[in-house]
Design a protein. Structure first.
Length: 339
């Protein structure tokens, strides 16, 4: 379901009606997509003595009935258009599940933000400062926390942020794929292309709200296949697990959208693998079966995060410089006729 579909779902429920002299309902409607991809809706209730509740609360309660609490995207709509959630709703979204700090909130036509942008200073009942910016956290106990991260939708960021991602990408690919992003302008164009209609782009931030890395997604085959392109991690932070975090986040989004397969293409332009400089037309299957890395190469990363080699494209980046293709199942059940 697209953002426009979700907005339309909420719009169809808007329509204020009076239930008694003391109560009206339906002036605002909300719709949300859970992490599993299910859609839940609700309408507001307003009473004379202020005992009502917001449409977002109603939609969240409907979700909780199904024993779900992770929200991918949420929107509220009234007769005049989209309305951002109130402070009470923002806190409810965060407090029902810590991972909802990643929730996408639609606040206007073609305008989406993540929860930290609406809730920079969260309520804290765990002894932490109520002025500490909210972030994604991984808990190691009821009140213990380890590394903290936040993911943001790159489409909601400004030009300065785009420039930072371009610099990060240019530096990250300089050694392994120098021909792909030869200039900073080429890297900037790559980031901008990731913001095109139908594509997705997310960034991982550090505690100073600076980008550690980012990943783009290109849907194929009617949305059944998502290509991860590109993915880059700040040079100083490579090898620390941040690339895995980005892939895991893309997988979560893919699961919520019913995607079947994740796909990624890489290449060998520097002689890092046994495929470099080989005539792959002679015996491509044998070459793939005996693939090895002579020095550090991204193929090692993709194998570590669960991808499998599914093909090779001879001379994709130039004579003797092959493209190497990987894939990973997201929702995989045996097809008819499979063993």
């Amino acid at each position: 379901m697209t953002d426009d579909d979700l907005i339309q779902t909420a719009k169809q429920l808007v329509g204020e009606f009076k239930t008694s002299d003391d109560c009206v309902a339906g002036g605002v409607a909300a719709a949300l997509i859970s992490a599993s991809g299910h859609v839940y809706t609700g309408v507001c209730v307003d009473t004379a003595c202020s005992l009502g509740f917001c449409a977002e609360h109603a939609a969240i309660a409907e979700m909780l009935k199904a024993r779900e609490s992770e929200i991918d995207t949420i929107v509220a709509v009234c007769g005049s258009g989209i309305v951002p959630p109130c402070g009470r709703c923002r806190e409810l979204i965060r407090q029902i599940n810590a991972t909802n700090i990643r929730t996408r909130v639609i606040i206007g036509p073609r305008r989406v933000v993540t929860l930290p942008e609406l809730l920079p200073f969260r309520f804290a009942a765990d002894g932490r400062s109520d002025r500490e910016p909210a972030r994604v956290t991984r808990s190691v106990g009821r009140r213990g926390f380890v590394n903290e991260w936040v993911f943001v939708d790159v489409r909601t960021q400004d030009a300065d942020f785009i420039d930072k991602l371009a610099e990060l990408s240019f530096d990250a690919f300089r050694e392994h794929a120098p021909d792909w992003l030869p200039t900073l302008d080429a890297a900037r164009q790559e980031v901008r292309e990731s913001l095109e209609q139908g594509r997705r782009s997310l960034a991982l931030l550090d505690t100073a709200q600076e980008p550690i890395g980012w990943a783009g997604v290109i849907p194929h085959s009617g949305g059944r296949v998502w290509e991860i392109h590109p993915i880059a991690v700040r040079t100083a932070d490579q090898g620390k697990g941040y690339g895995r975090l980005l892939v895991e986040q893309v997988e979560r989004l893919a699961q919520s959208r019913g995607v079947l397969t994740l796909f990624v293409g890489t290449s060998d332009e520097t002689g890092a693998t046994s495929l470099y400089g080989v005539n792959l037309y002679e015996n491509p299957l044998s070459a793939l079966a005996t693939l090895s890395c002579r020095k550090s190469h991204t193929c090692e990363f993709w194998l570590r995060v669960g991808f499998r080699i599914v093909g090779v494209m001879p001379d994709e980046e130039g004579l003797g410089k092959p493209g190497i293709h990987f894939a990973k199942p997201v929702h995989r059940k045996a097809a008819p006729g499979e063993a």
